[in-house]
Design a protein around this ligand. Structure first.
Ligand SMILES: [Zn+2]
Length: 269
């Protein structure tokens, strides 16, 4: 059978483009094939199925965000996501719909909490704690002319350290999805290549010789670049890097019983 193109009408007959509809449901050869050392065998097939469905439901949003020059951060509630999916299927979804959710969800307390774990789990974060704290404070005080350049420095530094890139090497983001499928983290495994291409687009621009081949925000070419939206995208990018580190260090969670109450416990937190 002929493969459906991203922009062709979806074969399910919804009238939507394939990429915004059933693209994520295509059969993938998923790990683990053998019993996993992370997940108890009983229930693994169920979990595999559930995580595949979760990832396929996010695929249309990853495609939408990619087409609109930003990244699908999952910093929103389940209800938010349902509403966004509903708008996508009725062709009324805009970039602003995402930012409403991101602003609501990304409070100073939330950012501080994620970064506290980041500093514990990663030397790359630990050694940058002073500049990260300053950038986050500036962001929440509305000093975007300070937070935005600082976030650019932080993101490149973090990804160079994590990818073990030497300074003389060209900066190429290298978050790896190694090991994520073994842990059944299919949504993260599927989003990581999008993340790397998103970072490339932030730093190197379009690669089109006719166009300004640098990111307009980074190079201050855009009059209105120091705004809340751009600063928020960069803050979420920093938090997203920690998200992947967390999957590496603290997944899967285990159950702990304390005074007769069962808690979900993430190792190394
Ligand atoms: Zn469809």
């Amino acid at each position: 059978m002929k493969k459906t193109g991203r922009n062709e009408p979806c074969p399910c007959g919804s009238g939507q483009k394939y990429k915004y509809c059933c693209k994520g449901i295509e059969d993938k050869d998923r790990k683990p094939h053998a019993p996993s050392k992370f997940i108890h065998q009983q229930g693994m097939e169920f979990l595999k199925k559930a995580m595949s469905i979760l990832s396929s439901s996010e695929e249309p949003l990853r495609c939408f965000c990619k087409d609109n020059g930003f990244f699908f951060f999952k910093n929103m509630s389940f209800a938010n996501m349902q509403e966004i999916l509903r708008k996508l299927s009725s062709n009324t979804l805009t970039k602003e719909d995402f930012f409403v959710c991101y602003k609501e969800h990304t409070t100073k307390e939330y950012a501080d909490r994620v970064l506290l774990t980041a500093v514990k789990q990663s030397d790359a974060f630990k050694k940058r704690k002073p500049i990260i704290d300053s950038a986050v404070n500036c962001h929440f005080k509305g000093r975007y002319e300070l937070s935005i350049p600082a976030f650019f420095i932080i993101i490149e530094g973090l990804l160079r350290d994590i990818g073990e890139l030497e300074l003389k090497q060209t900066f190429k983001p290298t978050m790896t999805n190694e090991g994520l499928e073994e842990k059944l983290l299919y949504p993260a495994a599927d989003s990581i290549s999008y993340f790397n291409s998103f970072i490339s687009s932030l730093y190197v621009g379009s690669q089109d010789e006719e166009k300004f081949n640098r990111n307009t925000v980074l190079h201050g070419a855009n009059n209105n670049c120091f705004n809340e939206e751009n600063s928020l995208v960069l803050l979420l990018t920093v938090l997203e890097i920690q998200n992947y580190i967390f999957h590496d260090k603290s997944w899967p969670p285990t159950l702990k019983t304390e005074n007769g109450v069962v808690h979900i416990y993430h190792p190394n937190t």
